[in-house]
Write a protein that binds this ligand. Structure first.
Ligand code: BEZ
Length: 211
């Protein structure tokens, strides 16, 4: 069954390139990004894994742990990491799950047989510190993901978890935010001392509260 937003991310124990990992225990109080790849030694995946390695500091400053999955075995992953480091000028610094029996891929509904036979498509799960699924993305094998967008969503999720705001179209760090409809307009000044603009009674904008 598909995993939906708000569901608890299914827990599992897996063999990874960093040793055995129990997902929930390993995540601890961190946020998580769990993403799948069709196969080892494939070109698009190689570029994605390199990019994620280079974003280490961006994930760290957001308190995010990253974990990848590919259905090939551990030895294959280890050899492939050498190629990723060489070609992408990086050092893979996060675990890659070996899932040759597709146990975890099936648990997370990462195999879409009508798109790609018996291999995982490109899924992304963002998991909150409460272990709930906050974001799901599914990309075809032929399209590499945009990890700037994944960081942008994490920024939005972390902001909206703390303040009564949502983020509008194309929002990026520093842009104005939307005051959520649950807040009455007369209560906004006390909650948002930086001010607000009422564009319509249902569309109230305020500067990003945590800057
Ligand atoms: C790739 O990662 O390059 C890839 C994997 C499976 C199908 C197409 C592309």
């Amino acid at each position: 069954m598909a995993i939906r937003l708000g569901d608890t991310a299914p827990d599992f124990t897996a063999e990874t390139t960093d040793g055995k990992i129990e997902l929930h225990k390993w995540l601890g109080d961190s946020w998580g990004v769990f993403f799948s790849h069709p196969k080892d030694y494939t070109p698009v995946c190689t570029t994605e894994l390199g990019r994620v390695a280079k974003l280490k500091e961006e994930f760290k400053k957001r308190n995010v742990k990253v974990i990848a999955l590919s259905v090939d075995p551990l030895d294959s992953h280890k050899g492939w990491i050498g190629d990723i480091n060489e070609t992408q000028k990086c050092s893979v610094n996060y675990p890659i799950i070996a899932d040759p029996d597709r146990k975890i891929a099936n648990m997370y509904d990462m195999i879409h047989p009508n798109a790609l036979d018996n291999l995982t498509v490109r899924t992304v799960f963002v998991i909150g510190p409460d272990k709930k699924v906050k974001l799901t993305l599914t990309y075809p094998a032929s399209t590499g993901r945009n990890f700037d967008e994944i960081l942008r969503v994490i920024d939005s999720l972390q902001l909206t978890a703390k303040f009564s705001v949502a983020t509008p179209v194309d929002w990026k760090w520093g842009d104005d935010c939307v005051v959520v409809p649950a807040i009455k307009t007369e209560d906004i000044p006390a909650k948002f001392p930086k001010g607000f603009k009422e564009v319509k009674p249902y569309l109230r904008m305020t500067p990003q509260p945590n800057l």
